[in-house]
Design a protein. Structure first.
Lengths: 277, 288, 176
């Protein structure tokens, strides 16, 4: 560092009207400023504060806007910065790990169906996946803010319900892709869709009154029971050809799913309400 | 001054354990300290006041709203800041993201305003510099301050703080006192702690809760007064003392019913609490 | 660590540990002169402000000062390139404001002392025409490539090259 410093007056002139000093002098000041801490702070004291403060405010804002999880960054890329979307995305059920798990389970079920040459296994098991995830959305302690989040206006049954619907939607799409790989031709490969809606929306409807895991357990047991009963009544038939997946059976299941949707829609609390501690 | 929080006949039971038993309490604007040994029901009471847990019996009214109804709960939560004893942070958040997330839950929908507010509260608890540090890499004291930061969002009218000073170093505790002191001018604050000196320094009123019931409700001076004539100094542990400990000067401070002719010492709020809490307090007592 | 009295190098290390306060102190120390210096190269205050913001974002994301030379020189290297980046992004070029003022008098002594900073270059620069001087400043003093200098000065690349070779000939004469 040099022993001498640019005079206070000159450095102040340089700070306030950079274009006013002749170029060679200015170039010399610049060279000195790069290395001299004392003249840097001298200039800082002379420079107008407002633009400097504005720069910092913007830098902080940019730091704080960046970051967040993969889901959140995806939402940002989609230009979704609205707070409700972020609340729904904050659910652990929508984290990459869970989505990967859904993918792995789907692949496993597809693989099992193909290996056994029984497409029916996919139709029977696929509805269980979204149902379990809907139940998981209501598990205690899943909010990322922990107990701090519980005493807030936005937390409550409405929020959990929206999160459950979000994860259900994603899961149904993954399962839809999976059904393309199952050895069943045409629309029959989508035979799982209405049962999946009936079971998961049924869980959601039931969760308005009872604990979600119990409701999910009962509905899954009922679904498996129905398949077994049909199998006993019509021995020797493949699952995929059973009455459950025939048009009449699908119609009944579709009615049940629609009924569950109506119950959910009717009991749909505002996102700000809570079902009770 | 009229009560902002009214509790009547409150009762909460976990299995066969009664956590809070037929409890009445009114809170007004200002700081109220809540003392009591672990398991006395402090946290359960605070969780019920914070609309996080529902009572088995009894009534709660906060700002005239009933937390048992969804609409009442909503109104209460809009004016509430709650710091739980175990915040249960999501470790992947950094400080800013955590408080920002809670701010969204608290209905700060405008991003710019919300971010300004988040930066403000992080600054109040001295976490601005580390606002980008992951929660998993924070010290215990920093986590406690982070939990306090989210309480301060929006300058709420009711603050429920469950052991906010645990894990704070002396300087941080002083800063915290400063913070609460200014909030207490307009807000109702209920603060639980094991630090009797926090209560003595901050609170105009102190409530001692033992086995789910209120055993004392008065000023810190009145609490100290509970031990009047029951504290004496001696060269050893007096057999008649219920509690006794030796100080740094080698003298023993005895609490209990003093023998005759003993010179009694001026009691502190801690002595008063110990007399009340009896042996239950001995377990958590550390020498000064 | 007391950030306000920490060295620039320590502050950069703290920024690497995601300490926002350290970045703020660096900003408070360096933004004023970076702004003043960039303003001599660009007449648009918004562009300059954005370039300085970009500079701090770059430091925040990659606080990798290699420990060689001055932190100030490293920051300037980032800042001048960010200025060029912003100008390119906005596809707009505003020449710097040149307003000589009579009331600013640089004493003869100061001129001599300041001349030391540039060495023999000072005299040679004085002799150059403004256009040639700008090119020398951008390439020699600011360390820019021909391409970057072209964006900064708002002239075609070929012009930068031809002016540079003319400047070289003139300066060789002056320095000889």
């Amino acid at each position: 560092m040099n022993e001498w410093h640019v005079s206070e007056q000159l450095i102040a002139d340089f700070a306030r009207s950079p274009g006013a000093i002749d170029e060679v002098t200015a170039a010399s000041i610049e060279q000195h400023l790069t290395v001299c801490g004392r003249c840097q702070s001298g200039l800082a004291a002379a420079a107008p504060e407002a633009p400097i403060d504005a720069i910092w405010a913007e830098v902080e804002d940019r730091i704080d806007r960046a970051g967040g999880g993969v889901t959140e960054r995806l939402l940002q890329r989609l230009a979704v910065d609205s707070a409700p979307a972020r609340l729904i995305a904050a659910t652990p059920a929508l984290r990459v790990g869970t989505l990967l798990a859904v993918g792995v389970i789907t692949v496993a079920v597809v693989w099992a169906s193909r290996a056994a040459q029984v497409g029916g296994a996919y139709l029977a098991l696929a509805p269980v996946v979204p149902t379990l995830l809907v139940a998981l959305s209501f598990a205690p302690g899943t909010d990322p803010a922990g107990e701090c989040g519980l005493a807030t206006p936005a937390f409550g049954f409405g929020l959990l319900m929206r999160r459950a619907l979000a994860i259900e939607l994603v899961t149904l799409m993954v399962l839809g892709v999976g059904s393309l790989l199952v050895p069943i031709s045409g629309l029959d490969a989508l035979g799982w869709l209405l049962p999946a809606l009936a079971l998961s929306m049924g869980t959601l409807a039931g969760a308005t009154r009872w604990p979600a895991p119990e409701v999910a357990g009962i509905l899954i047991a009922a679904w498996m029971g129905a398949l077994t009963v049909v199998n006993i009544v019509e021995p020797g038939r493949q699952v995929a050809d059973s009455a459950v997946f025939a048009p009449a059976g699908q119609f009944v299941i579709g009615l049940l799913a629609a009924g569950a949707c109506v119950v959910v829609a009717r009991n749909r609390p505002s996102i700000l309400q809570e079902a009770g501690p | 001054m009229s009560a902002t929080v009214r509790v009547r006949g409150l009762r909460k039971q976990f299995g066969s354990t009664v956590a809070v038993d037929d409890l009445d309490l009114d809170l007004t604007v200002g700081l109220t300290g809540l003392l009591g040994p672990n398991g006395a029901g402090k946290s359960t009471l605070m969780r019920m006041l914070a609309t996080v847990a529902a009572p088995d019996e009894g009534e709660i009214s906060v700002f005239g709203h009933d937390p048992a109804t969804p609409a009442g709960r909503l109104e209460i939560r809009r004016r509430l800041g709650y710091q739980p004893q175990e915040p249960g942070f999501h470790q992947q958040f950094n400080c800013f993201q955590f408080v920002d997330y809670v701010a969204i839950l608290k209905e700060w929908t405008n991003r710019r305003e919300r971010h300004d507010e988040v930066r403000r509260v992080l600054g109040l608890v001295g976490l601005s510099d580390v606002s980008n540090r992951r929660i998993s890499r924070l010290s215990g004291g920093m986590r406690r301050r982070l939990a306090i930061a989210q309480v301060l969002l929006g300058d709420p009218d009711l603050l429920i703080l469950d052991e906010p000073t645990a894990g704070l170093d002396p300087e941080q505790r002083l800063r915290f006192r400063e913070l609460l002191g200014s909030a207490a001018a307009h807000a109702t604050i209920l603060l639980s702690t094991h630090q009797t000196d926090d209560v003595a320094a901050l609170c105009a009123r102190v409530v001692v809760i033992l086995d789910g019931r209120i055993r004392f409700d008065g000023s810190p001076a009145e609490l100290a007064g509970m031990a009047t004539g029951r504290v004496w100094m001696a060269d050893g542990r007096d057999p008649q003392a219920r509690l006794a400990w030796v100080g740094g000067d080698g003298r023993w401070r005895n609490i209990g019913d003093p023998p005759a002719n003993m010179v009694v010492d001026a009691p502190t709020i801690e002595d008063g609490y110990l007399v009340l809490a009896g042996d239950a307090g001995a377990a958590t007592r550390a020498d000064p | 660590m007391d950030l306000d009295s920490a060295s620039d190098a320590d502050l950069i290390a703290a920024v690497a540990a995601e300490n926002r306060g350290a970045l703020r102190v660096l900003h408070e120390r360096h933004s004023p002169w970076l702004v003043a210096r960039l303003r001599r190269r660009c007449g648009d205050a918004d562009v300059v402000a954005e370039a300085v913001q970009d500079t701090w974002m770059a430091v925040w994301r990659a606080p990798r000062w290699e420990g060689r030379g001055e932190v100030g020189a490293w920051l300037w290297g980032i800042a001048i390139r960010r200025l060029i980046g912003v100008q390119r992004r906005r596809n707009r070029w505003v020449p710097p404001v040149r307003q000589p003022r009579d009331d600013i008098v640089v004493s003869a002594e100061e001129r001599v002392l300041l001349g030391v900073e540039l060495g023999d270059l000072a005299g040679a620069l004085t002799a150059l025409s403004p256009e040639l001087r700008a090119v020398v400043q951008a390439t020699v003093l600011d360390g820019l490539t021909t391409k970057e200098a072209a964006v900064l000065l708002g002239i075609p690349r070929g012009t930068v090259k031809s002016r540079m070779s003319r400047a070289r000939i003139e300066m060789r004469g002056a320095l000889a």
